[in-house]
Write a protein of this length. Structure first.
Length: 494
């Protein structure tokens, strides 16, 4: 192992190392993307911008994210760590860049749970009000607490419980939504065309509309990298993590394109899509009523299932990075403690739970659950784009220097550069023009968070440089016992 490795050290609390296989790790990424909820709500935010060109915006977001997934997978082969992208940046671009990725991670990953809790609160309120007749406007906070309790129970105990739950929940939501999409397409077989991929169908213009549509389509992809922080708990992480990152991005990305394409025709086609989809607070539930009748209940159950599964995966990812940063000395030491029986970072889980519930209540009380969800999603999207761009830059540098012998011009230069360029467009459209209030507050807050991280990092470089340098360490090696046989041979390129 490289210099600076700490493999085999026992002077810190360890996670349950090498305990989950490819299915569990793969669905950590898949459920973090929340396929059903992402289509129903995250991609829904793109509709006013992309209109009937929504499948094109989603396809471009897939291309950008797949290029980022390639870089993350290439680094995961060499740097298995609970720090995930934080460790990758520190090792490839230096301690200061590692700090910045960790700092940005502290904004976007902990925001995943509160915006999902608010999403659940809003969705449940809509259904209880319209279908059951319970019109209490403040009921969203009850659903926030209920979701938080379920996620806590799934994540506080053994990671294997959380991973199994992720597989079951993920299969259910994907199956239900894919079935509905295929049903819609069969019902409109004679109307299908490639017009949804024509940028001129975007109401805000071919470039602006499609570009802004990409912003929230990228939000739907956030999470394909969530397998990376399981680098110490996965079996054979040098092959398992890269596969999980790339396969989840590609598979769920194609799923998104399929559903967005079916959505256009489910709302009547290119000419009526923007008005009909944008005029409904819950379009997929409404479409399910049209095509499946009482089967809308199954679709709504898949959405709530998706929110819970995403929150479960988000907790796993966030708390492992909290744990890694604390282990390295750049976060409170208590966050690096693991439960003596469950081997989960239980203090980090409790801290993340407190952050999520508090933020949910503040945002929901001040702006309402729907606006609160969109604001948190806006801030998270800005910083996650920057993180992806930094990691792709780090992949280029890593394979041009330290791993020069393995350098592949396509995997390690052309793809990362193309990804950086593609991500620049939605980042630009996040600020030009600025979104209306209150969403613009979130965009400005994201810039403030970045500026604060730059300043704090400079101070850390002077007062605690050893803590920043520790981010590049790899603490756990692959399994070395003779009984361990890899599930699949390591991949040379993904």
């Amino acid at each position: 192992m490289e210099a600076g490795s700490a493999a085999g050290r026992r002077d810190f609390d360890h996670l349950r190392e090498h305990s989950i296989g490819l299915p569990g790790v793969l669905f950590q990424s898949i459920t973090h993307m929340a396929p059903a909820a992402a289509v129903a709500y995250s991609i829904y935010i793109s509709v006013p911008h992309a209109g009937a060109a929504l499948p094109l915006s989603v396809g471009l977001a897939l291309a950008a994210c797949l290029l980022a997934a390639n870089s993350i997978g290439q680094l995961a082969k060499e740097l298995p760590s609970a720090g995930g992208l934080y460790t990758y940046a520190a090792r490839t671009l230096g301690p200061y860049a590692g700090w910045m990725v960790g700092w940005l991670f502290l904004l976007f990953e902990p925001l995943v749970a509160p915006f999902l809790f608010l999403e659940c609160g809003w969705a449940m309120h809509e259904v209880m009000s319209s279908e059951v007749g319970w019109n209490y406007s403040g009921q969203w906070w009850i659903w926030v607490l209920a979701t938080a309790a379920i996620v806590f129970l799934l994540t506080y105990r053994d990671i294997r419980i959380s991973a199994r739950a992720g597989v079951i929940l993920g299969v259910f939501e994907i199956g239900v939504f894919a079935a509905l999409a295929i049903w819609i397409l069969i019902s409109h077989a004679g109307d299908l065309s490639l017009q949804p991929f024509n940028p001129n169908n975007a109401p805000e213009g071919a470039f602006t509309g499609v570009g802004k549509g990409m912003v929230f389509a990228i939000l739907a992809f956030i999470g394909f990298e969530a397998a990376a922080p399981l680098g110490e708990e996965a079996k054979h992480p040098r092959s398992t993590i890269p596969r999980a990152v790339v396969y989840s991005c590609l598979g769920i990305g194609l799923f998104y394109v399929l559903l967005s394409y079916a959505w256009v025709f489910g709302e009547g086609g290119v000419g009526t899509f923007a008005a009909k989809a944008g005029g409904s607070g819950d379009p997929w539930r409404e479409m399910a009523k049209v095509f499946w009748g009482a089967g809308w209940v199954l679709v709504f159950a898949a959405i709530i299932n998706s929110i819970i599964a995403n929150s479960n995966a988000g907790f796993n990812a966030a708390t492992r990075v909290f744990y890694a940063m604390a282990r390295n000395g750049v976060a409170p030491k208590a966050l690096a403690r693991t439960h003596p029986v469950f081997k989960t970072p239980h203090i980090a889980i409790l801290a993340n739970l407190g952050i999520a519930v508090t933020l949910s209540f503040i945002m929901g009380w001040r702006w309402g659950p729907l606006n609160g969800f969109i604001m948190l999603a806006t801030a998270a999207t800005v910083v996650v784009i920057i993180v992806y761009m930094l990691v792709m830059l780090g992949s280029i540098r890593f394979y041009l220097t330290e791993e020069r012998a393995q350098f592949n011009p396509w995997l390690h230069l052309v793809f990362p550069l193309a990804g950086i360029v593609l991500f620049a467009f939605p980042l630009y459209y996040q600020y030009f023009p600025l979104p209306p209030a209150p969403y613009r507050y979130a965009a400005w807050f994201a810039l403030g968070w970045i500026a604060a991280g730059l300043l704090i990092g400079l101070v850390m470089m002077r007062v605690r440089p050893e803590a920043l340098r520790a981010a590049g360490r790899i603490y756990v090696e692959d399994e070395v016992t003779g009984a361990d046989v890899p599930d699949a041979p390591p991949v040379a390129a993904i």
